[in-house]
Design a protein around this ligand. Structure first.
Ligand SMILES: [Zn+2]
Length: 307
């Protein structure tokens, strides 16, 4: 705010000098408003000062006409300035919602969530040193789930939407190749699966599990991308697709390549998801899942569905 005031004062001072020049060189003050473009631009740059500090009657609309853009910008700046000051606690930036994994889909459901946080992030960036919550930490009340909370993804057609979502970057110390946008129930299931299923199944192989290759989480789409089908659990933030398991030595166990080749270990990983998750689908389920494990927290009266 002080910087802005200083800048405005400088602009006003230089503008005032420029303003005075035509007066000295011309005996006809009334001709000033039709002076060349540079003067008009300077006049426009005076706007914030006028708007903030004093009832300066000039410049007139005619003078501003040649330079509408600077005037609009200047006015926006002037009106934004007082708005900024009285907010002591801007919300922390919400990077998650700005780039949800499903951003590439063409659903209208996502559009508002993507667009909304942009100005907020920009504002919060100004206050970054004062907002410790901006640092990613644990979420869902579980220190073994790393990530950040996200703004609600509005409910849209067909039951999509995620009101209490998180952007998970790691579970049980295992990094996700891309953040998973899911709800906390699903985040906890993912942690349990990794901690109690995947890590033990891989053991010391390749130095142990280092990361999960996540290929999908929240996305508003029908099941198996079939038009007209029921909305996928992905559309509620209940599902994660994992295509591979990255080991500490850089090698991977990929579902597509290793389902048969590393049958024992891959089936153990698959089986261990059944329980923490209500649905587990792999290559045996159908051809849509030949290259990844789909896990979601849908619950069925008949118990988990795992194939
Ligand atoms: Zn899936």
């Amino acid at each position: 705010m002080q910087r802005l005031a200083l800048a405005l004062a400088l602009i006003a001072a230089s503008g005032a000098v420029a303003w005075a020049e035509p007066l000295r060189s011309s005996p006809h003050p009334s001709r000033r408003p039709v002076a060349g473009a540079p003067v008009a631009v300077r006049a426009a740059s005076l706007l914030p000062f006028a708007a903030l500090a004093a009832p300066v009657p000039r410049p007139t609309g005619l003078t501003l006409a040649p330079a509408p853009a600077p005037a609009a910008t200047a006015f926006a700046l002037a009106s934004a300035a007082p708005d900024r000051a009285p907010r002591p606690n801007p919300r922390p930036p919400q990077p998650a919602a700005a780039v949800p994994p499903a951003a590439s889909t063409s659903t209208s459901a996502l559009a508002p969530a993507v667009a909304a946080p942009a100005p907020r992030g920009g504002l919060a960036a100004l206050f970054a040193p004062r907002t410790p919550r901006a640092v990613a930490g644990s979420v869902c009340g579980d220190s073994a789930i790393t990530g950040s909370e996200i703004v609600a993804i509005p409910a849209a057609a067909n039951g999509c939407g995620l009101s209490d979502g998180v952007r998970v970057t790691a579970v049980a110390g295992i990094t996700l190749s891309e953040p998973a946008t899911i709800d906390c129930n699903t985040a906890k299931a993912l942690k349990t699966w990794v901690e109690e299923g995947v890590i033990p199944a891989i053991g010391r192989r390749g130095g142990g599990l280092a990361a999960l290759t996540v290929v999908a989480s929240y996305t508003c789409r029908p099941r198996n991308n079939v038009p007209g089908a029921k909305v996928s659990e992905h559309g509620a933030g209940h599902a994660v697709d994992v295509a591979a398991f990255v080991l500490a030595d850089g090698s991977t166990l990929a579902v597509a390549r290793d389902w048969r080749r590393e049958s024992k270990i891959m089936r153990a990983i698959h089986a261990s998801a059944c329980g923490p998750f209500g649905t587990v689908l792999g290559p045996k389920a159908d051809s849509n899942h030949r290259d990844h494990f789909h896990v979601d927290t849908a619950s069925y009266r008949s118990g988990p569905y795992c194939k």
